[in-house]
Ligand binder design. Structure first.
Ligand code: MEV
Length: 438
């Protein structure tokens, strides 16, 4: 039986590793050696990574790949992608190449508003609370001046503060619903600091508001926190071309292809089981760039899936149509990203990724990320509606098995030739490798 441990976070890194190794592994020495194998030999770099979180024992590698040839708003970009799934970068690169000769991707930021809320309980007369809010609203702005000063210099700040009555949902429940512009930062710290100050001001001002009874003066703040749902922080990505221009290797009949593609999107629009997988494919592209650029992919995921359900039924993020012999494919998604602050100046590979993208503004990064998502979706739907998804996946799978068996160059030629016409499965590949090795 394993034991609980007190004061684990206070142990040194070595002590933590030793405790885990002895507690959970039959071969503690082997476990320790594996953990240490992934340490960076550059001690300063290792320390930097150790300090990102608590209780770090080692590094967990995820490949950083790149997808070149992305023509976005007339400019070529190479997109960095941090992802473990084998076919994602290849699919992105393929889509990029395909659209680069068909006008490229267009991307536009529609708006950039962020949201935060102070959730509170007020037991009293609504009209008095409304009156209090009107009279106090300015004080929320003045009380946060020291926090907003720098953001204002960069053109951002608090846009508006609203009092929202939510008593139809929970008794006595109200909100300060606040909108922000945070320019190139994702703004989480800025927003949360403002909100915590609003909460303080709210309570203090209520205490000294003469029209409130003693009970009404006791406003209870439940919590103050930003929202990762950002329905007014939207970027649009799109591609379009004449149907005829869709012709290529796997697309002999472009009209048939376009029609089937549009049907596939329509299915994802109406069928939640398909929509989830369809959107998962989009998130393959989005998360990979979000992660490589040091942004919070959980926040992005949560916000995007909320957006996908905004009609009350989970639905496709992307849409497609054929009109006047033109095929169009597009997506509008909420994305709250930063290119300054947070990990962006701390993680050396994040810095590298941002430099590869030519140091984008947050708006430019929103465009790149949305394009990566749309490209991924295009690649998936193209495979699904033509050759099927397994062809590409199995090629990568074959590669992985060849690597696992450390196949030589000559063996690789034989294996690839054989599996061009035979079905790839782990067992068939292993059998074939064994047969050629005999
Ligand atoms: C796999 O990671 C993603 C796909 O399933 C997406 C899709 O089905 O559209 C291929």
């Amino acid at each position: 039986m394993n034991n609980a441990i007190a004061g684990f976070s206070k142990l040194s890194k070595e002590e933590k590793i030793n405790w885990i190794a002895n507690e959970y592994f039959s071969d503690a020495t082997e476990a320790i050696s594996l953990v240490k194998k992934y340490w960076n030999t550059d001690e300063k770099l290792q320390q930097l990574h150790d300090e990102f979180i608590e209780n770090t024992i080692t590094n967990f590698y995820i490949p950083l790949g790149v997808a070149p040839n992305f023509l976005i708003n007339g400019k070529y970009k190479t997109i960095p992608m941090a992802i473990e799934e084998s076919s994602v970068v290849a699919a992105a690169a393929k889509s990029a190449k395909f659209w680069s000769t068909r006008g490229g991707f267009k991307a536009t930021v529609l708006n950039t508003e962020k949201i935060g809320q102070v959730h509170f309980i007020f037991k009293g007369e609504l009209s008095k609370l409304e009156q209090f809010f009107v009279e106090t609203k300015n004080k929320f702005f003045t009380a946060t001046e020291s926090i907003t000063k720098n953001m204002q210099k960069r053109g951002g700040g608090i846009l508006d503060i609203e009092l929202r009555n939510k008593t139809n949902l929970i008794e006595n429940y109200f909100q300060l619903h606040v909108t922000f512009e945070t320019k190139d930062s994702m703004g989480a710290n800025f927003i949360n600091s403002c909100l915590e100050q609003f909460a303080k001001t709210l309570k203090e001002e209520a205490q000294s508001y003469d029209l409130f009874s003693d009970d009404e003066k006791q406003i209870e703040v439940v919590m103050s926190i930003l929202s990762n749902y950002v329905p007014n922080c939207i970027v649009r990505a799109e591609v379009s071309c004449p149907i005829e221009a869709l012709t290529e290797k796997h697309i002999e009949n472009p009209l048939e292809f376009a029609e089937k593609f549009v049907q596939a999107v329509q299915i994802a629009e109406v069928e939640p089981y398909r929509a989830v997988t369809h959107n998962k494919g989009i998130m393959n592209g989005i998360d990979a760039v979000v992660l490589a650029t040091g942004n919070d992919f959980r926040a992005v995921e949560a916000g995007i899936h909320a957006h996908a359900s905004k009609s009350g039924q989970y639905s496709s993020l992307s849409h497609a149509k054929i009109e006047n012999d033109i095929f169009s494919f597009w997506m509008e998604i909420p994305l709250s990203l930063g290119t300054v602050g947070g990990l962006t100046s701390l993680h050396p590979l994040v810095k590298l990724s941002l430099e590869m993208l030519e140091k984008p503004s947050a708006r430019e990064l929103m465009e790149v990320v949305a394009v990566a998502g749309l490209a991924q979706n295009f690649a998936a739907l193209r495979s699904l509606t033509t050759t099927g998804i397994q062809e590409g996946h199995m090629k990568m799978h074959l590669n992985n098995i060849m690597n696992q068996f450390q196949a030589t160059d000559e063996e690789r030629i034989l294996i690839k030739k054989y599996f061009k016409i035979n079905t790839i499965a782990h067992s068939t590949v292993v059998d074939f490798i064994e047969s050629i090795r005999q």
